[in-house]
Design a binder for this molecule. Structure first.
Ligand SMILES: *Cc1c(COP(=O)(O)O)cnc(C)c1O
Length: 370
């Protein structure tokens, strides 16, 4: 027999753009005995997951469930259920994840307009206002926390532009959920998606989504069939809702145990405390990086606490530092993407990772390497 590769894994401090560190309660949950996906004990766990997600997403939406798949499956679920060919869609793009929305909407043959903003800066609300005044869009889509740059987009201000309009508001909260408030109902978001391995601190594999009643009405009013069988919410809902549950696809049972536990950890700590912990770790990191002479990429008002973009100083070898961090010190940080490749590092303080002791370890290590 060859060596067991799993025994070569060491405990790594995950300070990149996801996955984040996973608490022991979640690992224990993942290791519980697998039961049947229609077992009444499992249905009870599913129902509790829906409730916990509603609390975290600050929504009463009945259709609030985890999709089987990573955050991208959540994105695909929102777009594929709502878009029909020719539908006018406006996408606000200032990073990789906005770019992916454009790619997906185009594949669905929507009539896509894109408002682009400089990477590393937030969406300019006035520009969106002007665009919305020119044309009716069935969907306006934006990324709340742009993980590729560390920018927080002004979702609340953008939502106000849609007051009294029939446009649907679609939001990516993959990185924001569990790190900063996501107010689905207050912001009148119609379709929203997240992922487990960012601030929820559960391994990758599930994508929480929530649809408003307005969004469900839009799905039901489609003239054409949803062009994706696996992510068709009209079928999935028969497994996740109602008195009797019908098989659609086998739920990833143990992943759902993990999400159940991860949501429990967050809600036990309390949402306000969780957000405050992210902010405190972020402030501490910014100060620590400053003491090493490193500067932040994003202006203070638009910085995400859970994803910190740092300018790589001239003469410092990006790859050499990241390689030393992971190989010699078991610390993972992220590289820059797209136009920011080689120019920035992305330091994650997501979920369980967002603790000052982790910042201390990173800063002390960077000090020896720089
Ligand atoms: C990570 C991420 C995604 C994609 O999630 P996967 O789990 O990698 O599929 C989408 N949007 C944002 C903002 C992300 O950070």
């Amino acid at each position: 027999m060859s060596t067991d590769l799993l025994t070569t894994l060491s405990k790594t401090l995950l300070m990149g753009p996801g996955p984040s560190c996973v608490p022991d309660q979640v690992y224990s949950a993942l290791a519980k005995d697998t039961i049947g996906h229609l077992d009444s004990r499992f249905i009870a766990i599913m129902d509790e997951i829906k409730k916990r997600l509603q609390t975290l997403l600050q929504t009463q939406n009945k259709l609030t469930i985890p999709i089987s798949g990573t955050g991208s499956a959540g994105m695909e679920t929102c777009f594929v259920n709502l878009i029909e060919a020719g539908d006018p869609v406006l996408i606000l793009k200032n990073g990789v994840f906005g770019m992916r929305m454009v790619d997906l909407a185009e594949r669905l043959r929507a009539d896509v307009d894109v408002l682009e903003f400089e990477w590393g800066t937030p969406v300019i609300v006035d520009a969106v206002k002007k665009k919305l005044a020119q044309k009716f869009y069935k969907i306006l889509a934006v990324v709340h926390a742009e993980t590729s740059t560390g920018v927080m987009n002004p979702v609340e201000e953008i939502s106000r532009l849609l007051e009294g309009s029939n446009s649907l508001f679609l939001v990516d909260c993959v990185t924001s959920l569990g790190g900063i408030p996501v107010k689905t109902d207050e912001w009148k978001v119609d379709a929203i998606y997240s992922g487990t391995q960012k601030c929820l601190s559960c391994p990758p594999g599930l994508a929480p989504v929530s649809f408003s009643d307005r969004a469900i009405t839009a799905v039901k009013a489609r003239k054409t069939k949803i062009p994706n069988w696996y992510l068709d919410l009209t079928m999935i809902i028969n497994y996740w809702g109602g008195a009797t549950r019908a098989y659609h696809h086998t739920a990833p049972i143990n992943m759902l145990y993990g999400l159940y536990a991860a949501l429990g950890v967050i809600l036990d700590e309390g949402l306000d405390k969780v957000y405050a912990r992210h902010k405190a770790a972020h402030d501490y990191l910014v100060a620590g990086l400053g003491s090493l002479g490193l500067s932040m990429t994003v202006t203070p008002e638009s910085r995400l606490p859970m994803l910190n973009s740092v300018n790589i100083p001239d003469g410092v070898n990006d790859v050499a530092i990241r390689t030393a961090l992971i190989k010699d010190h078991d610390i993972e940080i992220g590289a820059g993407l797209g136009p920011l490749a080689g120019k920035i590092w992305r330091i994650g303080l997501m979920g369980h990772t967002a603790r000052t002791e982790n910042v201390d370890r990173l800063i002390a290590t960077l000090k020896t390497l720089l």
